[in-house]
Every structure is written in structure tokens, then in C-alpha cells.
Design a protein around this ligand. Structure first.
Ligand code: EPZ
Length: 429
């Protein structure tokens, strides 16, 4: 298993380009299943989850063409969809495989998708996805660990439009039901829908394919089903979590980073919080942000929320920053029930953190010392990398396969701005 070795203490300076958003690329790739025609996608980040998604689409008989490996451009064509199934072997490595459920139900009216199960950050059920599909007329059962779904046998095997009110906001749930509704009979209204930029990006692409959707960016989406969708070309939006991670990297090391190819309009909550903590952030233009570290960071409380609030996917990175801030920062995690595993690793490095339920209280500044630590999930790994960048001496991060799922070339990008970090290749995966 690969590890990262980091020698802390270097202020990061220079320019970093942000890759495409993993959490946008996943649903738009799944959406390619909705048409028999060619879908060309650009700015797909070169990360492991997208390779897994392309394997999943190929398993369903999609033709996935790429010009390089890993690729940032994919051409996906699914003239016939023969295997409407997401097998356990792929779903267990990437729970976002469940995003194929909606498109399969829309295109062929039947789907067999392995139940994702829990993961390190929480139980993460998909009950809201299934309930919504049932409201659209699907018959759903589970057997041998698989979701087995069938559209109504009304001759056409088509779902029917429905009025769905999500009990809580779910990002992939909203995306799944959007993709199910675009080919359903009649109108679907989704209330309490997620407003994440990745949902809007999917809507933009679906509309280019001929879908009729209105309400993007709001919590009520209206979808009028159409007979069929056609091929399209789409460029995914920049990764706001990668951009946020580099903003914290610049801030925590007292550096000066210019972050390009990003979308500052998606970074509002992170930028506001960094400014509150004493960091200088300047939006240079529509795609560029500059961050300069403060002489003194000050503690600021954070509560994770759905977009446009502060993202749970930035919580671990913010915690690393809070360990270096003067005073107390209270971090409340409201989205996932078990997303503080990085805190105990940071404590092993010398951070002063106490946890009670869904709240972590960080007292700083603490002098971190390089240690051997274990990554538990994708964003926890990013938090540990940031802690390693300011720790005294050498930090060795184990299980970095988590970070490879979602950060394109993070070692190379950090090296490019002066970090002392290297990947240590190990046996196994
Ligand atoms: C998406 O996960 C992201 N993944 C996650 O990013 C992100 O952390 C999360 O949204 C929240 O922003 C992708 O986009 C592929 P949810 P998702 O459904 O859709 C509960 C990363 O690091 N819930 O919005 O799975 C759920 O348990 C990842 O890139 C139900 O109870 O998250 C959670 O507490 C990790 N029943 C809350 O809702 C359901 O049917 C929000 O989850 C669905 C969700």
C-alpha cells in the first residue's frame, strides 16, 4: 500500500490548477446511459473513482473510449444496454455506483444494483432514493444484498412522474431521481432537492441532451419527461473541494498560492470562513483565487451544512487549520454521523481536540509533530496531509488509496508549490 511522506514547515508559494469535479463527473458519466447516442465528456479528473465508474458502465455494455489512461476526456456510447446491473465488486469500492440506478430505470425500466452498505463516515442509507422511485411507480425489493427494481408493467416499462418531497436533502438522491424523471411519463416535482453545484452541472448536461428541467439552483425542481434523449458534449465544472483544500494549504502554511481553473462562486462559505480566521483571500477573476496566510490565525466556529453552507467535505481540512489558530474553534458535523476519524489522528500529532457527539472543540495553536497516521476516508486524508504540511519533522500517512479516489495528482501539485512531500510505493493496494 502506498504512503505519503511529508516534511512539514514549508510555506507554499506559486500557482495550482484545479481539476474537474469528481462529484460532478460521477453523475454525468452515469447520465450517459440515458441515451443510445454518443456522449463526450471533458475535464474528468484523473482519479480512481472515475476509472471505477467507467468499468461499471462498460460492464453494462457501454462503449467507453479514452485516449489516455487515466483520461480527462471520455466518449461513452450505449447503443444497447444489456446488463442493467451494478455488481457488488464495483459498488463495494465506490458507493456512488448507486448513481446508475436512476438512469437504468429510466432507460430500460429495470435495474439490479448492489446495496452500497455503510462506510467509514456513516451508515449512508439509500432509502430516500428508493422511496422516491417507488413514488414513481417502481416496484422495489432487496434480495441477496441487491436492490431489484422494476418500472410499472404499463406496456412501456416507464416510470411515471410524481410529486416527491425529500425528507432530508440528499445529493446523489436528487441526482438519481432527476435522471429517473427525465424519461418518465409526465411531470415530476422534487421538493427539498439538493442545490449543490454538481446537481446544477448535471441539469445543464441533461438539458443539452433534450431534457426539460426547471428550477436549477433552487430546492424545487420540475422535470417534464420526454420520449428520448440524444447525445451531447459537456465539460464538468471545477472541483470546489479540491480548490478549498488548496486554499487551506496556502493559509495553514503561511504561504501565497494562486489557485486557477476554479469557480470562486462555489467557494463562498469556505472563503468567508477563512477570512473570519484571519486569512486573506482575493478573488482575482471568474476562475482565479489568491490566498495569503495570516501572521496569526484565529479560531472560528464551523457547522457543516448542505450547499450553500460549509461543506462536510471540507470539515477535515478546516480542522487541520483550526489546530493552528489561536483560541477555540467549535466544529459541528451535521451531515454525517461518524466523520471525525481524522481528529484522533491529528491528536496523535499533538492537536488539542475534544469530541462530544457531533461536535469537535479544537484549541490552538498546537505545535504538531510528525507522526505515522492512518487515512480513514478521502477528505480525512486531505486533512492529514494539511496537518503534515505544518508539523515539525516527518509525517507518514498510510492508506492513501483513499486520497487517490478523489484528488488528481495531489503529490505533484503540492510539490509544484514547494511542499516536501513524496509518495512511497508499497506492496499491495
Ligand atoms: C454526496 O454523497 C457526495 N458524494 C459526498 O462526497 C458528500 O460528502 C455528500 O454528498 C454530502 O455533501 C457524491 O456526490 C458522489 P447525501 P451522498 O445523500 O449523496 C443521509 C466525498 O468525499 N441519507 O447528500 O451519498 C446520509 O446518510 C463524498 O467526495 C439518508 O438518510 O450524500 C447523510 O447523513 C463523501 N438516506 C445525509 O443524508 C438517503 O437515502 C446526506 O447524504 C440518502 C442520504
Amino acid at each position: 500500500m502506498d504512503k505519503f511522506r511529508i516534511k512539514g514547515g514549508k510555506a507554499l508559494r506559486g500557482t495550482v490548477a484545479i481539476s474537474g469535479a469528481k462529484n460532478s463527473a460521477l453523475p454525468v458519466m452515469a447520465a450517459a446511459l440515458l441515451t443510445a447516442e454518443k456522449v463526450t465528456l471533458h475535464n474528468i479528473p484523473k482519479v480512481r473513482d472515475l476509472i471505477t465508474m467507467s468499468k461499471l458502465l462498460a460492464f453494462m455494455d457501454a462503449q467507453v473510449s479514452i485516449t489516455e489512461m487515466p483520461a480527462s476526456d471520455y466518449v461513452i456510447e450505449t447503443p444497447k444496454l444489456n446488463h442493467a446491473e451494478a455488481p457488488y465488486e464495483l459498488v463495494k469500492t465506490m458507493r456512488a455506483s448507486v448513481l446508475t440506478l436512476g438512469p437504468l430505470m429510466a432507460r430500460v425500466g429495470v435495474a439490479r444494483v448492489s446495496l452500497p452498505g455503510g462506510c467509514a463516515i456513516g451508515a449512508r442509507p439509500v432509502d430516500l432514493h428508493l422511496k422516491a422511485l417507488e413514488q414513481m411507480g417502481a416496484e422495489i425489493g432487496t434480495s441477496h444484498g441487491y436492490i431489484e427494481a422494476q418500472a410499472p408493467m404499463n406496456g412501456k416499462k416507464r416510470l411515471k412522474g410524481a410529486h416527491i418531497v425529500f425528507e432530508r436533502i440528499t445529493v446523489t438522491g436528487t441526482e438519481n431521481i432527476l435522471m429517473a424523471a427525465v424519461l418518465a411519463d409526465g411531470e415530476t416535482v422534487l421538493e427539498n432537492a439538493a442545490r449543490e453545484p454538481e446537481v446544477t452541472d448535471l441539469i445543464v448536461m441533461l438539458r443539452k441532451m433534450g431534457a426539460q428541467i426547471c428550477g436549477d439552483g433552487t430546492s424545487t425542481l420540475r422535470i417534464r419527461g420526454v420520449g428520448e434523449l440524444h447525445g451531447t458534449e459537456h465539460t464538468v465544472i471545477p472541483d470546489r473541494i479540491e480548490a478549498g483544500t488548496f486554499l487551506v494549504a496556502g493559509a495553514i502554511t503561511g504561504g501565497d498560492l494562486t489557485i486557477t481553473d476554479c469557480a470562486p462562486e462555489h467557494l463562498g462559505a469556505v472563503i468567508a470562513k477563512l477570512e473570519q480566521a484571519g486569512v486573506r483571500v482575493d478573488i482575482a477573476d471568474k476562475t482565479t483565487v489568491r490566498v495569503r496566510g495570516a501572521k496569526k490565525l484565529v479560531g472560528a466556529d464551523v457547522t457543516t451544512e448542505e450547499y450553500p453552507g460549509f461543506a462536510t467535505d471540507m470539515q477535515a481540512q478546516y480542522m487541520a487549520l483550526a489546530t493552528q489558530a489561536e483560541g477555540t474553534s467549535v466544529i459541528s458535523e451535521r451531515i454525517f454521523e461518524n466523520r471525525f476519524l481524522h481528529a484522533s489522528e491529528m491528536m496523535r500529532m499533538g492537536a488539542n481536540i475534544s469530541i462530544e457527539g457531533h461536535t469537535a472543540t479544537v484549541r490552538g495553536p498546537a505545535a504538531l509533530s510528525g507522526s505515522v497516521v492512518q487515512a480513514s476516508d478521502l477528505r480525512a486524508s486531505a486533512g492529514l496531509v494539511l496537518a503534515g504540511l505544518v508539523a515539525n519533522g516527518e509525517t507518514l500517512i498510510e492508506r492513501v488509496y483513499h486520497i487517490d479516489r478523489g484528488y488528481e495528482g495531489i503529490v505533484e501539485k503540492l510539490q509544484g508549490v514547494g511542499a516536501d512531500i513524496e509518495r512511497v510505493h508499497g506492496a499491495g493496494s
